[in-house]
Design a protein around this ligand. Structure first.
Ligand SMILES: [Zn+2]
Length: 444
């Protein structure tokens, strides 16, 4: 078990104008207590008291600039970059701010005239999403206050495709809703000829720098882009781009790449499982190991999107798997990647985030020590941290999250690349997919 504030989710979908699909995750916060309804008032009262003590700021904490927002992560995988102009957004928020480099969370709360205890309540609700730590310059933060000047709603606007909204409950705690708008996805086919570097040649077809970098990362085991290409070699790329209300969100997915080099082709196709393979069904990602530990530990809490709290009746997700690791247990990277964040959170404790490319991300909470720094390359099996009991937590454990395309999935069940080649049965389906994609790329 877990931290005092457990969080559960329920997921629903609705459609907007028949073509916009949104999935909304509802998160709610509460104290973990297993007691019956009879004890509800007592527990809530005690919880609030304890909460008040925990949340009471010390003199040191009253200083602004205490919680820096990490502002310069430029993730290496597909990201939702805000491409729609922010000025078009209608807002009646009482305080509305576009994040700039150097902003801090506590500074923003001071500017919005919201006290620090309320900020901690928001941070508590954010525990299992950790959205506040991902704000970047250009994102918006909006505060709504009531007549008494109390915060009633806080919105983080990352892009037209993603917003995170905190709303106050009667008891003063906050609910968090993660809004992911699916929009519609359209194919974009690009092809060109190598003249100069791959980067410049790809740029001429209209691919962005980030997209080119993703292609190079995807094929780095197959091709040395600096050495192996000759003038006149041809390439094609099939992209899939996200649109909301007719505007591009900047999010895109690579569906297929082929590079015709002399007599041999180098290929990459995204399979229906989300993983990339060459046209022979060989995996382009090095396999992941299932757990980020060197030996097996008891699972003390499983991934659960719909965890139900017996006292509050609210649902709230457990977005990861908890391993009952003693303090100081070595935590290893389950796959190759780049460290995108090492930070300290009042409730999540010391934590590390790794981007693995191909839309995978992993997160490790409540660590006693990080052994890596932001921007560092790590390889599968490398020790990255020591587990611990930091943050608000009832006992030492490792909370491990696995995200695919920005959303948490069950790390113990997710379809992550574990094998280097597709099975015979998977291969026959994949061959069909490759055939269709090649046709779309004009290579039938
Ligand atoms: Zn956990």
């Amino acid at each position: 078990m877990l931290y005092g504030a457990q969080v559960q989710t329920s997921k629903r979908s609705f459609s907007r104008f028949d073509f916009l699909k949104s999935s909304v995750l509802n998160f709610q916060t509460f104290f973990t207590a297993q007691e019956t309804r009879l004890h509800k008032r007592v527990i809530l009262g005690a919880g609030l008291l304890i909460g008040a003590v925990i949340l009471w700021p010390t003199n040191k904490e009253l200083l602004p600039q205490r919680i820096p927002i990490d502002l310069d992560i430029e993730s290496l995988v597909a990201q939702l970059t805000p491409a729609t102009p922010m000025t078009n957004i209608i807002s009646r928020a009482d305080f509305n701010h576009e994040i700039t480099s150097g902003d801090t969370l506590s500074g923003l709360f001071v500017q919005a005239s919201v006290d620090q205890q309320t900020m901690y309540r928001v941070l508590e609700a954010d525990l299992n999403v950790l959205a506040l730590d991902t704000l970047k310059p250009g994102n918006l933060i909006k505060f709504w206050l009531d007549d008494q000047g109390e915060l009633t709603k806080l919105e983080l606007y990352f892009s037209a495709a993603r917003q995170v909204v905190f709303t106050r409950f009667d008891d003063g705690s906050f609910n968090v809703d993660e809004i992911n708008v699916e929009g519609i996805w359209r194919n974009r086919n690009l092809s060109g000829e190598i003249q100069g570097s791959f980067y410049l040649s790809a740029k001429r077809t209209g691919l962005s720098a980030a997209e080119i970098q993703r292609i190079e990362t995807l094929l780095k085991e197959k091709l040395n882009f600096a050495r192996d290409l000759r003038a006149g070699d041809r390439f094609s790329v099939l992209m899939n781009d996200q649109f909301i209300d007719g505007s591009s969100t900047g999010a895109s997915d690579i569906l297929g790449v082929t590079i015709h080099r002399g007599r041999s082709d180098i290929t990459a196709f995204q399979n229906s499982d989300g993983n990339y393979y060459d046209d022979q069904g060989r995996s382009l990602s090095r396999a992941f190991q299932r757990i980020p530990l060197q030996s097996n530990y008891r699972i003390s809490s499983r991934f659960n999107r719909h965890r139900h709290h017996p006292v509050t009746g609210r649902t709230s997700p457990h977005n990861g798997t908890d391993f009952a690791t003693p303090i100081g247990t070595k935590v290893v990277a389950p796959g190759d990647g780049i460290v995108s964040l090492v930070t300290d959170h009042r409730f999540a404790g010391k934590y590390v985030v790794i981007e693995h490319g191909n839309n995978y991300r992993t997160r490790y909470l409540h660590l006693s020590k990080s052994l890596v720094h932001k921007g560092q390359r790590v390889s599968r099996g490398q020790v990255i941290a020591l587990s611990g009991n930091t943050g608000r937590i009832t006992g030492p454990h490792l909370h491990y999250e696995f995200h695919v395309n920005g959303r948490p999935v069950d790390p113990m069940k997710a379809n992550i690349p574990m094998a280097s080649k597709l099975s015979k049965k998977q291969m026959s389906e994949f061959e069909q997919l490759v055939k269709v994609r090649k046709m779309m790329m004009g290579q039938a």
